[in-house]
Design a protein around this ligand. Structure first.
Ligand code: B12
Ligand code: SF4
Length: 254
């Protein structure tokens, strides 16, 4: 049984949750104790709660976006009614910029705002074993319950440096590649300030190390992926990098 369930309700089955895969890829020694469980907003909240609870986790991390906040609130209420001791951690754009007055935040134990690629693992470590370092776990966590900590409710994730992040692409399964939209990103952040857009708050722009990125893309191509959906806010901001990426795909298609 996993100690950590990373989950979200996607807009549709065809949209794979890219953010969750980043968190999973960066769990370090906790990774064997975690699973990704994806749902979509057309499923019944009670069925989703039941499926998550069947895993008997100590911690559940929910990715919260504008399209799933209402349905996820229902899922979390059901979970808290049945198993109040399970720690609920929220993250994602819908809870990163505004937390006060949100019903879903009131139900959760912790909210990690911003890019939680590394912070989620850190918080889980503290909740599960009271350790702050990435010291290797020597014994399985089993069904260990989370421990009381002095962690604040709202935890701000510092912007992670890409050079420290494990890339998540190997965690797309064969079924994902065959049936779903596979998201990739060569950069994060946007230098522009369009008023209506949350990404205008995500500065500075950071680039994934190009060699590492192209090697991961090559592995996806080798596994048969034909369509890559880039989520970069401004793909052509650094023209040298975007040209190198396009040339990489052109070479492959010859
Ligand atoms: C893919 C995508 C979609 C897909 C859905 C994907 C899915 N899984 O279902 C589609 C195309 C359907 C879509 C639609 C819409 N989208 Co959209 N979409 C995106 C996009 C381009 C990429 C998301 C992504 O993978 N990002 C990369 C990953 C690495 O980042 P991330 O998801 O934010 O995850 C990080 C953190 O949020 C956090 N995190 C994520 N999950 C978790 C979980 C836990 C436990 C923790 C602790 C942290 C955490 O850590 C992650 C790693 O750093 C983003 C823009 C962007 N580039 O991010 C917009 C974005 C998410 N969408 C947005 C909007 C506004 C919409 C629409 C309303 C647009 C419209 N007007 O129609 C619709 C709504 C759809 C609906 N049915 O109602 C806004 C977000 C609004 C919000 N508050 O959630 C964004 C940010 C665009 C923007 N700049 O405004 N979208
Ligand atoms: S991502 Fe696009 S809409 Fe959003 S701030 Fe940047 S340029 Fe403007």
């Amino acid at each position: 049984m996993p100690d950590i369930v990373l989950t979200t309700l996607n807009a549709k089955f065809s949209h794979a949750a890219f953010g969750l895969r980043y968190l999973f890829a960066n769990l370090g020694e906790l990774q064997p104790h975690a699973v990704i469980a994806e749902f979509d907003i057309n499923q019944r909240p009670l069925d989703i709660a039941e499926k998550i609870l069947a895993q008997n986790p100590a911690i559940i991390g929910f990715g919260i976006y504008i399209w799933n906040v209402e349905e996820t609130t229902e899922v979390i209420s059901a979970i808290k009614r049945i198993r109040p001791e399970i720690k609920i951690i929220l993250g994602g754009p819908e809870v990163s910029y505004e937390t006060e007055g949100q019903g879903i935040v009131a139900l959760a134990d912790h909210v990690i705002t911003g890019e939680a690629d590394l912070k989620f693992a850190e918080v889980c470590r503290q909740l599960l074993v009271g350790r702050e370092s990435s010291q290797a776990l020597t014994e399985p966590l089993g069904s260990m319950e989370s421990r009381p900590t002095s962690l604040p409710k709202i935890i701000v994730a510092e912007l992670p440096e890409f050079s420290r992040l494990a890339l998540p692409y190997d965690f797309y399964t064969e079924a994902d590649l065959a049936h779903r939209i596979v998201y990739v990103e060569a950069s994060r952040g946007c230098p522009f300030t369009c008023e209506f857009c949350l990404s205008s708050l995500d500065i500075p722009v950071r680039q994934v190390p190009l060699d590492k990125f192209l090697a991961a893309m090559q592995r996806l191509l080798d596994r048969g992926l034909k369509q890559f959906k880039f989520v970069d806010r401004t793909f052509n901001l650094n023209i040298l990098t975007s040209k190198a990426i396009l040339e990489f795909y052109c070479r492959w298609s010859i």
